[in-house]
Design a protein around this ligand. Structure first.
Ligand code: AVI
Length: 327
């Protein structure tokens, strides 16, 4: 394997094999429909339509994580910047809309480079293009990759003193705890000598959590059902969306929201040429969203070799931002 930084960057900047294409989706969905209970990995919720619906979720009155995290970034930007230090290279796991990373970049002294990593080439290049236009002195180096897999990054930008990761939105909550440790182990390796700023949703009143995943406008339900629509569009499937109910609930012992699509009657479905039966009431499990206590998340980070150095949370203790050092 050629690990020359230039070649890594050029491989990573090409289109496939990293795009989550129809063949990947077909394999994952068929395999998940054969399983008991039926499931599909949550990353397939995010095609263009799913990503647009997720952006609408972020603005919903019931969905507190996005605005709470934005508030934390705004209020504590100076202190966060002091932890990160001058002349940093910022690596974002997932290419967001850019709103959150701009708050960080604006607070940092001489940020040298921004490296957004995302599985979607068009998405990461669009995010990179927008940032590059607004921050002329910043080296913007998008990487097309699945950051849940072992990751090789290009060498730290020439003038940067250390590499710092940014993983906002509590996306880490969509990993099971053991997967989260695996991700954090990889992150602590690529961020050695720097650190990671990570957003983590907190355990709280189940009624607040329930409302956040069962909004009155039905946007989360549409986001959930979109995975079936995507299968119809991409895999020649024949899901009838009206025969599946959005079902999201909080499991307090597991500390997670579970999201499912429940079949309203007995039905047969075809996906990629294969036939599947749903019993009335049978569920397709589409997502988990784990919630942590502050101490619980710090313990998880320690298992992955990080040193938890600071944490910020809102007065209602709904959301937390952790600064973890990788020595
Ligand atoms: C992206 N992720 C952190 C969201 C969450 O809250 O787990 C995805 C989401 N699913 C339903 N609503 C939002």
């Amino acid at each position: 394997m050629n690990l020359d930084p230039a070649s890594i960057l050029s491989v990573a900047a090409s289109e496939p094999p990293f795009e989550s294409d129809a063949a990947d989706f077909a394999r994952a969905l068929v395999c998940g429909l054969r399983a008991v209970p039926k499931r599909v990995p949550c990353k397939y919720l995010y095609d263009a339509a799913g990503s647009a619906l997720f952006e609408r979720i972020c603005d919903l009155p019931e969905y507190y994580p996005t605005r709470t995290e934005l508030g934390l970034l705004e209020h504590h930007a100076g202190e966060i910047a002091r932890h990160i230090g001058d002349d940093a290279e910022l690596v974002e796991f997932g290419a967001g809309s850019g709103v959150k990373v701009r708050l960080l970049l604006d607070a940092l002294a001489r940020p040298r480079a921004y490296v957004p990593i995302d599985i979607s080439g068009p998405h990461v290049r669009a995010a990179a293009g927008r940032l590059a236009a607004d921050y002329p002195g910043l080296a913007v180096r998008p990487v097309v990759a699945d950051y849940t897999r072992p990751l090789q990054l290009p060498a730290v930008a020439g003038e940067a003193r250390r590499r710092v990761g940014f993983f906002p939105g509590s996306t880490i909550g969509n990993f099971a705890p053991d997967e989260a440790v695996r991700f954090l182990l990889m992150a602590s390796r690529v961020l050695k000598g720097g650190g990671l700023l990570v957003g983590v949703d907190l355990v709280k009143d189940p009624a607040v959590l329930h409302a956040a995943y069962n909004d009155a406008a039905g946007v989360t339900a549409a986001f959930n059902r979109n995975v079936l629509d995507r299968a119809n569009r991409e895999l020649d499937a024949d899901f009838d969306l009206d025969r599946f109910a959005h079902y999201a609930f909080y499991h307090p012992l597991a500390q997670r929201i579970e999201m499912h699509l429940v079949s309203l009657d007995r039905q047969h479905i075809h996906v990629a040429g294969e036939r599947f039966v749903f019993a009335a009431g049978e569920a397709l499990h589409t997502e988990d969203s784990y919630k942590y206590t502050v101490d619980g998340f710090r313990a998880l980070a320690v298992r992955a070799g990080f040193v938890p150095a600071a944490v910020w949370s809102d007065p209602q203790q709904r959301f937390s931002l952790h600064w973890l050092e990788s020595l």
